[in-house]
Design a protein around this ligand. Sequence first.
Ligand code: TXA
Ligand code: MG
Length: 339
Amino acid sequence: MRFYENPYISPKEEEQIKKGAEIIRNGGVVAFPTETVYGLGANAFDENAVKKIFELKGRPQDNPLIIHIAKKEDVFLVAREVPKNAEILIEKFWPGPLTLVLPKNPSVPDIVTANLDTVAVRMPNHKIALKLIELSGVPISAPSANISGKPSATKPEHVKKYFGDKVFIIEGEVKIGIESTVIDLTVSPPIILRPGGISKEMIEKEVGGVDVLAHSDVKVAKSPGVKYKHYAPDSDVYLFMNRKDILRFLESERSNFSDKKVLVALFKYVGEEGEKIKLMGFDIVVSGRTLEDFAKNLFNLLIVAGEKYDVIIFEGVEERGIGLGIMNRLKKASKKVFY
Ligand code: TXA
Ligand code: MG
């Protein structure tokens, strides 16, 4: 599944990367594309620079950041120890959308790891991200480039919407669309803390059984507490597992929704039910033709449709492969999940 993209960097890209690297070296913050989502990066070894990331995002201090490196062996700059299973996963999936939680090297400032004795690290598979880290000459700590609690940015214009002119943005394309898989290798069996681009199935093939964090699997998320609020767009999101239930819901809510702008996002095709929904006067969009497509569109849909619609209704997908990551984000974005 690992791919290497065309490494050609255009003169315009190079100019932006150079400027970004200079900002990072001078203790500033830069938004840059990775293969998963946009990151908001700073020198991981510069406490003050990292502090700026937390301030810009309004991120709680107890939520640690991922450190991005450009060479596999640089894992030792931030981790104290690299266990055998980590080595196997690094060989197989780096560069790529897999973040490893490892014992922390004392050289990493506590602000990055929120005082934990573990550190999260990954090598992104994106020519711009890799070149930026290389030219900066330091590992870059970067959360997703969104205001805390909002959907992650996958395009330069999303970053601009969130931060205006407060951060320099390197333009580039995001390929996957949802954040990396985060796996904690300091426990046995390892546990997936956040599903993403590298699936549980792919990991288990390499290192055997792994657990998945239970609360990423909540069946019904009502109004999530502020602390756990995630990916929340400006509209009410509802998640359904099948189309018949969407139709029934729309029928029962018809009077409530009469003065609301409602968008229904169906997976793969519009179909018969989709046509019926249109006749009822609601807007329809296809969330994606494939799971990969859906993942890539997801945050753009939440951000862009979030500006226009009061209500967004999603048809869910099977929780397999990247589908697990998609459903994890959708559940967290939803006001209510209907099973
Ligand atoms: O794809 C991605 O991972 C993107 C791009 C920019 O690389 N980054 C990203 O970062 O999604 P962020 O901060 O939005 O999410 C990082 C996740 C959080 O859930 C955080 O709690 C977890 O990783 N994390 C970071 N360090 C950790 C640690 N030491 N132990 C456990 N979880 C950790
Ligand atoms: Mg995030």
